[in-house]
Design a protein. Structure first.
Length: 81
């Protein structure tokens, strides 16, 4: 019975762990907001696009260290004949 309860709790915790990664979407620029709770919103394609969101609040625009650029055309696998 205890093992079943533990499996259930772990299963419920996993979706929350995935949701915790949501702010780090695959965009090259993040807005870092400072305050009682610090958080990042990574949904900007450029620093210039991010700046208006940071204006007037305790925030700054940063490059996203988790950004993975899309694979270029040379990244395809060669077809075998």
């Amino acid at each position: 019975m205890r093992i079943g309860a533990m499996v259930l709790l772990v299963g419920l915790a996993l979706p929350g762990a995935a949701a915790a990664q949501a702010p780090y979407d695959n965009y090259p620029v993040c807005l870092r907001v400072y305050g009682p709770v610090r958080y990042d919103e990574c949904r900007y394609t450029s620093i210039e696009q991010c700046r208006p969101a940071a204006s007037g609040i305790a925030a700054q625009c940063l490059t996203n260290p988790w950004y993975q650029p899309p694979a270029g055309p040379g990244a395809r696998r060669a077809r075998r004949h």
